[in-house]
Write a protein that binds this ligand. Structure first.
Ligand SMILES: [Fe+2]
Ligand SMILES: [Fe+2]
Length: 321
């Protein structure tokens, strides 16, 4: 039987409390893995410093242990939120960024661990909230890290981050509510995974192909239907994010008053992130200032009040940094 391995952060192994919940390997040569720690072993900080000195930033576990790993990452993030300063912002960014693929894969696999998956996603949202509580620098660091290549998980994560920033700016304070907004943003494009990837790489689509693309919000809802703990609020965000204030959006061409307000927030973050990122069909990304200008002249698309608030928070905080 072939064993598949996945890379994990060395840092995370040493932040785990107590005995290791899985075997840990290092890759001595490409494709050749040697067991370094056994399940049940304990690691200490001194060993971590040693590995860091040798620039060993990545270790490996068996793919079967992925869910256990994700659960432990969530616990590390929870700990980082409860005890600020335990991890640096850069470490939090690393952990969150590395965990993205696992979150997405797990939700898409729709296995029995879905409750755990959602808890993991929530930890990412909570960690992100704590990152942006101080200022925009945490968010900007993630943006700089993830901006370089287009990937659905990275796009979704950035949309989540900027949605939270805007939501707080326009007065959402309740952590439960912010969590819902963050999760809705994180999953707003989940349905894309059920559509031929090729369609998202093209600049020109036939009407039929465009219809297929417009199905992605509803396909996302279908995936989330299998996830326990996904609230009506999260579903509404996923379903309404591609609607437009002028009623020309999709999938239901909803009018302004029919659109769930948090979805209007995610819609702004979504377009903003797309514009500041490189995409499959556009190798050039816009600066945040250019992106906001493009969005301003796209009349009738966005909620103008929210768009103004977004510009304000953005300029206020980036120029102060
Ligand atoms: Fe989308
Ligand atoms: Fe999107």
């Amino acid at each position: 039987m072939i064993t598949n391995f996945i890379a994990i952060l060395t840092l995370c192994i040493f932040k785990m409390k107590g005995p290791l919940p899985f075997d840990v390997y290092i890759e001595r040569f490409p494709g050749k893995f040697t067991k370094l720690y056994h399940k049940g072993d304990e690691c200490d900080q001194e060993q971590l410093i040693n590995f860091e000195a040798k620039s060993v930033q990545v270790m490996f576990i068996r793919e079967d242990d992925k869910v256990v790993y994700a659960t432990h990452l969530a616990a590390i993030l929870d700990d980082a939120i409860d005890y600020p300063g335990k991890l640096t912002d850069t470490d939090v960014v690393e952990i969150v960024a590395r965990g993205l693929e696992i979150t997405f894969e797990q939700v898409l696999e729709q296995d029995d661990e879905v409750g755990e998956n959602l808890r993991w996603a929530q930890s990412q949202v909570r960690a992100s909230l704590s990152l942006i509580t101080k200022d925009l620098s945490g968010a900007m660091e993630i943006y700089r890290t993830l901006q370089q290549d287009f990937d659905l998980a990275k796009h979704s994560y950035m949309v989540m981050l900027f949605s939270l920033i805007l939501a707080r700016e326009v007065g959402y304070e309740n952590e439960k509510k912010l969590l819902q907004i963050g999760l809705g943003a994180l999953f707003h494009d989940l349905g894309q995974t059920r559509i031929d990837e090729e369609l998202f790489r093209r600049t020109k689509l036939t009407p039929k192909e465009w219809d297929a693309v417009k199905d992605h919000p509803e396909l996302g809802i279908k995936i989330l239907d299998h996830c326990k703990g996904v609230t009506t609020e999260i579903r509404q965000i996923v379903l309404h994010t591609h609607e437009q204030i002028n009623g020309r959006g999709y999938p239901n061409r909803l009018a302004n008053s029919q659109i769930y307000p948090p979805a209007k927030i995610v819609a702004i973050a979504d377009t903003f992130v797309s514009l500041i990122s490189k995409t499959h069909y556009r190798q050039l990304s816009y600066t945040p200032i250019e992106a906001l200008e493009i969005m301003r002249v796209d009349e009738g698309h966005f909620d103008l009040g929210f768009l103004e608030s977004f510009s304000k928070v953005f300029f206020k905080k980036t120029t102060a940094a």
